[in-house]
Design a protein around this ligand. Structure first.
Ligand code: TYD
Length: 205
């Protein structure tokens, strides 16, 4: 059996990654692969309950970071690791890079804590490829402002929060260029789609 791959999508709110996840899943399925699309926080019944709290409830900043890792532990045990063990491909909307970017860069928590939690929760497993959608917070903010639905706690943050999140993501990408591919998200959808497919083919297939 060929081993499955673990691909994550990252970026600031409004960078547009969500619209491309289904596209990549379809692209991989068309090559005969079994794909498990999932997301964080969430991806399991318990994780989705934690997501509701994380996106809506006011809480201590460290509680927020710890709940992200708690939801992740469950997600790895219930969904990600079993799928990879079956040789399936996991396509995940956000993973630990989001905690470094949002709770580290955005909230200002010490990232050495995340390194410890990361080691504990998934020291044995990192994504094979992370597609980081990079976009200026100004453009992303305009996209979010155009939404008609209620905004969550993170989307409601000001532009300087998203600026710090973006910088923390780019710092992660500079530290792990072999894993994280930075995608310029300020391009027509079709260009981004082709770029994502080429990146997945060259790095994972
Ligand atoms: P998001 O992918 O933006 O969901 P949607 O596209 O449905 O709005 O994810 C929800 C939010 O969770 C997002 O604003 C970033 C935040 N988040 C963190 O702050 N830390 C984390 O570790 C993760 C996984 C997400």
């Amino acid at each position: 059996m060929k081993p499955g791959k673990f691909i994550t999508f990252e970026g600031i709110d409004g960078a547009g990654k969500s619209s491309h996840i289904a596209g990549i899943a379809g692209f991989l399925r068309a090559r005969g692969l079994t794909v498990v699309p999932t997301r964080e926080p969430g991806g399991t019944p318990l994780g989705e309950k934690l997501r509701e709290w994380l996106l809506r409830e006011t809480m201590h900043l460290e509680t927020e970071a710890l709940l992200m890792f708690a939801a992740r532990r469950e997600h790895l045990a219930q969904v990600i690791e079993p799928a990879l063990a079956r040789g399936e491909w996991v396509v995940c909307d956000r993973f630990s890079d989001a905690t470094y970017a949002y709770q580290g860069g955005g909230r200002g928590l010490d990232k050495t804590r995340f390194a410890q939690l990361e080691q504990w929760v998934h020291g044995h497993l990192q994504p094979d490829l992370t597609l980081l959608f990079d976009l200026s917070p100004e453009v992303a903010g305009r996209r979010i402002a155009a939404q008609t639905r209620a905004l969550d706690r993170f989307e409601q943050e000001r532009a300087d929060f998203h600026r710090r999140v973006r910088l923390a993501y780019l710092e992660r990408a500079a530290e792990a260029p072999q894993r994280i591919a930075v995608i310029d998200a300020d391009q027509p959808l079709e260009h981004i789609k082709r770029l994502l497919e080429t990146t997945v083919v060259t790095r994972c297939l």
